[in-house]
Design a protein. Sequence first.
Length: 94
Amino acid sequence: MAPANAYAHHDLASLYLSQGKRARAERELATAAKADPLFPNPPMLMGQVRFAQKRYEEAVEAYDKALNLSPLPAQQLELKQLLDDARKGAAIQA
């Protein structure tokens, strides 16, 4: 797969996550983000990974980055909810 294909790397990361292959998914997300730094989906998915790991501060950072990149109102709304949930998790953890 071409390293510059951010969408393909993102989709492959999603597949790896569904198979429980977190390390491979994280590598694919990093490649996707590098290939297209303006594509909001890789940081959004990384936020979901970090949230599932209870690494809430990192989830907040990833969701915030995705929110700043997203031009789509529906995705922005979803990201705001995800950010709120991650902030609540971080507050409980603190």
